[in-house]
Design a protein around this ligand. Structure first.
Ligand SMILES: Cc1ncc(COP(=O)(O)O)c(C=O)c1O
Length: 411
């Protein structure tokens, strides 16, 4: 199936009992069995079945099947949030004393998780500029357990060379983990470029309507867990084969952290995902037009958008995303004061801490998402004081530009 069909039909057929064309919301905590032996068999893995919704739930399973198809993976685990997906993967691959290599322009929450939370448990992270391919190789240590990149850094807007990062990871027998939240399977299937694990915050474009938090982990099937660098997962691979890593998470980290999604949220993501391909086309068109308009504006000091021919990551983005460049852009106004005034003056764009909604969203990252970091760290992470982040929506681009125009005129 083409992706336009998959977003509507992937992983679900009308319910055989009722004919319901929408996946039912299985709002249940646990699952009843007629016989004591039956539930015991399911517990011990001798028979398939649901036990308790912290481990698995049929509504979330439908979403997992659809996401597996969309990423052409071998399996998926949905989580309560994007952060829960990142935490589960990182904790599933490391122990105290281990090390992670990551690109520098990551979402602030991910950096905070790697540095502060994982740091408390004895796991260290080294950050490398996304374009510094040799830097990734040089940062590897004997205790490194994975390389982590975002397809487009939020808000640094840096685009790593994913095939090169995959080659470096694989040469060291390590998995490459790719957060594809900003690109979705519409712009890139990271599997085709060598990624081993794909992560999404479903809260963004996949949901598309800003109404539910969620996350997903997809195993692309590229990494050979049976011969990999993780002794416990190697053992599991004898039984679970390609699904060894996801089984390791579901039977241990994910189960113990209790980071399952609510079935209602999974239903909302399944509904939202149906319009994903059409939304992404429009998001990308609008973002390109707004980026070009901002780049030509005399009061704008700089625009970062990989769709601009002048952008440092334009060529890499072209290679990876097939001529579309996503919906997020950033621009600078020369001072924090001007950035704050601009945000106050917009009327259509909503000032909030999200991206990937159908509506246009703006935020001042330095005083919000990155406020816990020192000014020089914020600069390095791509969040200087005069920068505004925009998640360009699917409204009429004429109306978006008119809103930005009047806000810029008011400065
Ligand atoms: C690229 C990226 N990954 C992960 C996350 C975390 O996702 P969530 O907010 O669903 O926990 C975000 C949130 O903004 C993000 O932008």
């Amino acid at each position: 199936m083409d992706i336009e069909t998959m977003v509507l039909h992937g992983g679900y057929k009308p319910d055989p009992q009722t004919g319901s064309t929408a996946e039912p919301i299985h709002q249940t905590t646990a699952y009843a069995y007629a016989k004591a032996d039956e539930i015991s068999d399911v517990f011990r893995g001798y028979a398939p079945g649901y036990i308790y919704s912290r481990l698995a739930n049929p509504t979330s399973s439908a979403l997992e099947r659809r996401l597996t198809e969309l990423e052409e993976g071998v399996g998926c685990l949905t989580t309560a949030s994007g952060m829960a997906a990142i935490a589960s993967v990182a904790m599933g691959l490391t122990r105290a004393g281990d090390h992670i290599v990551a690109s520098r322009g990551l979402f602030g929450g991910t950096i905070s998780f790697f540095v502060k939370t994982l740091g408390r448990f004895g796991v260290e992270t080294s950050f490398v500029d996304a374009e510094d391919t040799d830097g990734f190789r040089g940062a590897l240590k004997t205790n490194t357990k994975f390389i982590f990149v975002e397809t487009i850094g939020n808000p640094k807007m840096d685009v790593p060379d994913i095939p090169a990062a995959a080659d470096i990871a694989h040469a060291a027998c390590l998995p490459l983990v790719v957060d594809s939240t900003l690109t979705t399977p519409v712009l890139i299937r990271p599997k085709e470029f060598g990624a081993d694990i794909v992560i999404h915050s479903l809260s963004k474009f996949i949901n598309g309507h800003g109404n539910s938090i969620g996350g997903a982990i997809i195993d692309t099937g590229n990494y050979d867990w049976a011969n990999g660098a993780f002794a416990d997962i190697r053992e599991l691979a004898a039984k679970a084969g390609k699904l060894a890593f996801l089984a390791h998470l579901r039977m241990l980290i994910y189960r113990d952290l209790g980071c399952c999604p609510s079935p209602f949220n999974s239903f909302m993501h399944l509904t939202g995902i149906e319009g994903l391909t059409m939304r992404m086309e429009r998001h990308c068109q609008n973002a390109q037009a707004l980026a070009e308009w901002l780049a030509a504006h005399p009061n704008v000091k700089g625009v970062e958008y990989p769709g601009l021919a002048s952008n440092a990551y334009h060529e890499t983005a072209n290679k990876l995303f097939g001529g579309r460049y996503g919906a997020m852009l950033t621009f600078r106004l020369g001072s924090k004061d001007a950035a704050m005034k601009f945000i106050d003056a917009t009327e259509l764009a909503q000032n909030l801490a999200n991206l990937g909604d159908s509506k246009t969203l703006i935020i001042h990252p330095a005083s919000t998402i990155f406020s816990e970091f020192a000014p020089e760290e914020r600069e390095r992470m791509g969040a200087p004081d005069d920068l505004i982040r925009v998640s360009v929506g699917i409204e009429s681009v004429k109306d978006i530009i008119a809103d930005f125009d009047s806000a810029l005129q008011s400065l």
